[in-house]
Design a binder for this molecule. Structure first.
Ligand code: HEM
Length: 496
């Protein structure tokens, strides 16, 4: 923002009246008006809302004001609608410790001999592989979107608070409760009227009563897990340090508690809920759209499988392998470009400010369409093409800074994703283990794969795929030999 708005913001904090600030030079009235994007409400119906936003961007340019009326504005406030699951959400001062704990979790995994099987990533993906193996034997098609959702729920539950949802194997009460709450949060973020705020409705609507009961079950479970973990931390003699790890419970919750973070159980529970929500559907959506894209580009899939065969063979990936799985990483980079999760970020202006050449008033909501940035025809050659090669294989891992904020896979600035490293390892493990063992094709006669939005981009009717076992000769890669020499037990843990 410019100097004058900043000066005025400071003066306003010192209590200088708004009427006086408005007559100072550089008042927001002196700036050009933001172009108004007008249209019929009907044009926003029936498709995910970032698609009309993209069309408006092509017509009006990078910054425009939406004048589609209240319905659209209500849609754009997912933050408010998630609050019922985690109160007011994490206090920004808690960000650092949340970020440190997920980042701390990754170095804990990063030992060369520590395969992903020792961590939730590999174990849960292995369970998914067994499921797919059975489907391949029976010649049954599978709906991959819901399987990915279950995979990432199992992973995040285990990593966050050492809890085995095991949703890939069965639907326990707690799994159903988690899905009830997540679906409700997503439905609220796209619903035009907040009926859930009507006091009597909460008590009489069977659906709202189910949501309340589910939330209670989740909160009780989290409270128990926090209490157990607090006791463990009190009893242990280990001193906390950067590479601290409790072998019995290497969870993020344990890490948070052991770091001596002085925080109430309620705040901890809210933080865990935030991470559960933020880290579950995002990763599931990335996997869903990556497999969709791969099914459309057999050449990319073949190149990916070649890399996985030569780097991993039949063993579980380690964090060390990440730097050699360069093409796999580029596939994920490109999938996140074409299907950013979430596709639109939302901010509210706390003060009068200036964006580009346009004035922004205090209290205005701003949609930052990452979808628009990632599909902009002026920025990307063949913007709609799934082309992992657009990212130089030996170049730096693309992020918001080295791409000059035209690529925002994990957001940017102080509210950037705290789980970026975690999610990258999770996605690499899942993709490599799956494509090593199976080929994936869109099922014959499956419905067209359309998009719809909640907090992330979902498919309209699932991702139905035919999964077949790959005919591959077993490879004994170098690192496995090393395991056999140094640690016979680790070698036994490789998949058959
Ligand atoms: C925030 C993307 C996985 C925890 C964000 C933001 C993005 C993002 C774009 C910024 C939101 C904003 O600016 O408003 C992703 C993607 C993931 C992923 C694409 C998977 C590939 C994870 C995981 C965790 C996590 C695994 C936790 C372990 C968070 C948290 C926030 C966040 C706590 C802040 C949420 C808030 O502002 O309310 N993520 N994320 N994310 N992410 Fe992730």
């Amino acid at each position: 923002s410019g100097f004058l708005p900043q000066l005025k913001s400071i003066l306003s904090k010192f209590g200088v009246p708004k009427e006086f600030l408005d007559i100072l030079p550089g008042s927001l009235r002196d700036y050009p008006e933001v172009p108004q994007a007008k249209g019929a409400l009907s044009s926003l119906r029936g498709e995910p809302f970032f698609i009309p936003l993209y069309e408006l961007f092509l017509t009006y340019g990078g910054i425009f004001r939406l004048s589609f009326g209240p319905k659209f504005e209500l849609k754009g406030n997912p933050g408010r609608n998630f609050r019922f699951c985690y109160g007011e959400g994490p206090d920004p001062s808690r960000w650092r410790s949340m970020a440190c704990s997920t980042k701390g979790y990754c170095p804990s995994i990063a030992s060369e001999v520590c395969s992903s099987y020792d961590w939730p990533f590999g174990r849960a993906t292995d369970r998914l592989c067994k499921k797919l193996d059975a489907a391949a034997s029976d010649g049954e098609d599978v709906e991959m979107e819901s399987l990915f959702s279950r995979l990432t729920l199992d992973i995040i539950g285990n990593a966050l608070f050492n809890y085995e949802f095991d949703s890939l194997s069965n639907d326990t009460g707690i799994v159903e409760a988690v899905y009830t709450v997540l679906r409700e949060a997503e439905d609220r973020s796209v619903s035009p009227i907040p009926v859930w705020d009507i006091p009597v409705w909460k008590d009489i609507s069977p659906r709202q009563r189910k949501v309340t009961a589910s939330l209670k079950l989740i909160n009780d479970t989290l409270n128990d897990l926090i209490a157990i973990c607090k006791r463990m931390v009190e009893e242990e003699e280990l001193q906390f340090h950067e590479e601290y790890i409790n072998e019995k419970d290497p969870s993020i919750l344990h890490f948070l508690l052991a770091s001596g973070d002085d925080v109430s159980s309620k705040q901890l529970r809210d933080d865990l809920m935030t991470m559960l929500i933020a880290g579950h559907e995002t990763s599931a959506a990335v996997l869903t759209w990556t497999f969709y894209l791969l099914s459309k580009e057999p050449g990319v899939m073949a190149k990916l499988q070649d890399e996985v065969d030569s780097v991993l063979g039949d063993r579980f990936p380690t964090v060390e392998d990440m730097k050699n799985l360069k093409y796999t990483t580029r596939v994920i980079n490109e999938s996140l470009r074409l299907y950013p999760q979430p596709p639109v970020l939302i901010r509210r202006s706390l003060e009068d400010d200036v964006l580009g050449q346009y004035p922004i008033r205090r209290g205005e909501d701003i949609f930052i369409s990452v979808w628009n940035l990632h599909h902009c025809p002026n920025r990307w050659i063949d913007a709609e093409k799934f082309n992992p090669e657009r990212w130089p294989i030996d170049g730096p891992n693309p992020n918001e800074v080295n791409q000059n904020f035209s690529y925002l896979p994990f957001g940017g600035g102080p509210r950037k994703c705290v789980g970026d490293m975690f999610a990258t390892f999770e996605n690499i493990v899942a993709i490599t283990m799956l494509v090593r063992r199976f080929n994936f094709q869109l099922a014959l006669g499956a419905p067209l794969v359309g998009m719809t939005t909640g907090a992330t981009i979902h498919t309209t009717e699932g991702l139905k795929m035919t999964v077949t076992r790959r005919m591959i000769t077993p490879i004994i890669p170098k690192l496995e030999k090393k395991f056999r020499e140094v640690d016979g037990e680790k070698a036994l843990k490789t998949p058959p």
